[in-house]
Design a binder for this molecule. Structure first.
Ligand code: ADP
Ligand code: MG
Length: 579
């Protein structure tokens, strides 16, 4: 709760004014029946028209005040709840942006989306409702009770007898409703996550012809939600008629008992009408209270889920970096006895005692089976993950001593699962460097062998890529990603299997361009094909997280059996293809 004060504070005025405005409404609601009874008791009974007009005028004033209060209450509660949750949402989004790769691994995208949208909305609804009901429900309950007692103590006792029974009934309803609503929220989460996943991966689903499976999975989740919602709603449905029944029985009791009192001459007729109104008000306020409690229980689940994100410790920061001013200037990379695992408690490490170094301007090739740890290894250089043991040095300085921004500015990386964003090609390339000129863009695109196909589009660099770059082929996408990384003019360029969908001839031209245009840039190239790394100054052969061979192509062909095996199997396959 304390954490939320920070977001409430800027809107403190609205948070205070909203319930206060509602108080005028409470006051009016309590006073109107009393005034009405005065009109009946004296104005009507004694045929005193001027009295009726006088009291009527007061009633009009009260009604207008109530309307004003009602509008004010609605306005301030909307303002308070909408503004406060908007800030909260912004903060939550900012927090997620700060997440390290490791943090992101913990939450599914779907659940993060639900938290940012649905859960925030839930909190907003409850805040709005809570602010309006906070004083109104208890105010009406207490006010109506007091008025009833002032009017006639004996009759008021009838109400006092009914209230404990009602409170008990409501408590019982709430107690069954709480778990049902929690259940419903859980099912809703699952459905949201499921929808999110299915929609983001709709292409994969279609290509594997899994639509029916997905539809069935969705139907299952949808049915679960339907059933849990129905079971929760059944309780809510029950509440209303039970309350109405209680209200009518109480009213009857009051009218019967009150009638007796009136006949005995101890009470005026008008008081009885006021009394019945107060009964309705008391029951209404009890109902409002129960609704607020019910909604709150749902919101508490949302609050917990938002706290979960807020409380996640971003495990990778540069707060303790000692060389924050330092920029990557030369591009030397060195691994010293590096070991790594994704989870502290995981059995086998993904990387084991990795040591090697690359000089500025050199090219390092990395070869190894899928799952051997190639991607993991290069992700340690721009500190997407932190080493478990040992150290990674750039220009002789531990990467943990750099400001993250400076380090990542110096390291250009084309991720294995890289993505483009919706927008034009130009906009996407400018991600690499915001103020890049047209000449820069074309230069980078030429090096990445992308200029040719871009210019073949009628719109050229203004071609719209569509969401996630759907309008270009896999190989074209990879070349655009390389061009984007080149625009950063990094000191260290990492390509993680970034030319897998590019044909060998084009790939060779990219390599030629790199050799001339990126002379001083250190290049780290992960590849499946030996031909992609053959000319590298140094090649690492990885197997199950260990380096099992280091050297130039020539040296490895002489010394490393695993390398030879990969070489010959690829050569044989090529022969088969060309034959
Ligand atoms: N985010 C992750 N969380 C947990 N394990 C992972 C993660 N990414 C990769 N791994 C595991 O680490 C190992 C090495 O993966 P990776 O570095 O991607 O291999 P490569 O790039 O050589 O194919 C694999 O066993 C993989 O299952
Ligand atoms: Mg990989």
């Amino acid at each position: 709760m304390k954490r939320y004060m920070k977001y409430i504070k800027p809107y403190a005025a609205a948070f205070i004014l909203a319930p206060l405005c509602m108080l005028t409404e409470v006051f009016g609601e309590i006073m109107l029946p009393k005034l009405m009874s005065m009109i009946v008791n004296r104005g009507v009974a004694q045929r005193d028209l001027s009295y009726i007009i006088g009291v009527g005028a007061v009633m009009v004033v009260f009604s207008m005040l109530m309307a004003l209060g009602g509008v004010g209450g609605a306005y301030f509660s909307s303002k308070a709840s909408i503004c406060f949750t908007s800030d909260l949402r912004a903060e939550l989004f900012a927090k997620v942006q700060k997440f390290s790769f490791k943090n992101i691994d913990q939450f599914s995208t779907g659940s993060l989306v639900t938290r940012l949208t649905n859960d925030i909305q839930q909190i907003q609804n409850v805040t709005m409702m809570g602010l309006r009901m906070m004083f109104r429900a208890p105010g009406m309950l207490i006010g109506a009770l007091i008025m009833a007692f002032i009017m006639n103590k004996r009759l008021a006792f009838v109400i006092l007898i009914v209230i404990p029974f009602l409170a008990l009934a409501i408590a019982g309803i709430l107690k069954t409703a709480f778990p049902r609503f929690t259940q419903m929220q859980k099912k809703l989460d699952r459905l949201n996550s499921g929808i999110q996943e299915a929609l983001t991966n709709v292409r994969v689903i279609k290509s594997f012809v899994r639509e029916d499976y997905e539809k069935e999975r969705f139907t299952g989740m949808n049915r679960d939600l339907k059933e849990s919602s129905l079971s929760a709603m059944n309780i809510v449905i029950m509440t209303m008629p039970v309350m109405m029944l209680a209200m009518n029985i109480t009213t009857l009791a009051v009218v019967w008992y009150g009638g007796n009192i009136i006949i005995a001459g101890d009470m005026a007729v008008g008081d009885l009408t006021a009394f019945t109104t107060y009964i309705v008000q008391i029951l209404m306020s009890l109902m409002m209270l129960s609704m607020v409690l019910l909604q709150s229980s749902r919101a508490m689940a949302s609050v917990r889920r938002i706290n979960e994100v807020m409380d996640t410790v971003v495990d990778l920061t540069d707060e303790n970096a000692s060389r924050k001013e330092l920029l990557v200037s030369r591009g030397k990379v060195e691994f010293r006895d590096v070991s790594f695992s994704y989870h502290e408690d995981a059995g086998e490490k993904v990387l084991k005692q990795i040591s090697f170094s690359v000089e500025p301007g050199q090219t390092l090739g990395i070869i190894g089976a899928t799952g051997s740890g190639k991607t993991t290894l290069v992700q340690l250089i721009p500190r997407l993950y932190d080493v478990s043991e040992g150290s990674v040095l750039v220009d002789g300085v531990d990467v943990r001593e750099y400001a993250l921004e400076n380090l990542r500015e110096g390291v250009g990386m084309v991720l294995q699962k890289n993505v483009l964003f919706s927008g034009t090609i130009e906009e996407n390339l400018q991600w690499g460097r915001e103020n890049a000129t047209e000449k820069d863009l074309r230069e980078a695109a030429e090096s990445a062998q992308a200029d040719g196909f871009i210019m073949a589009f009628a719109e050229g660099y203004q071609k719209d890529l569509g969401q996630g770059g759907v309008n270009v082929s896999g190989g074209q996408k990879q070349r655009l990603c390389i061009a984007r990384a080149l625009l950063k003019r990094p000191k260290i360029l990492i390509l993680d299997d970034s030319t897998s969908a590019v044909d060998t001839a084009t790939e060779a031209r990219i390599r030629e361009c790199f050799a001339t245009a990126l002379k001083s840039t250190t290049k780290i190239i992960i590849a499946q094909r030996i031909s992609s790394v053959e000319e590298a100054d140094k090649i690492l052969v990885l197997d199950e997280g260990r380096i099992i061979g280091v050297g130039s192509h020539k040296e490895l062909m002489e010394q490393c059996q695993a390398y030879q095996e990969i070489y010959y199997s690829q050569r044989d396959r090529e022969k088969e293809v060309s034959a």
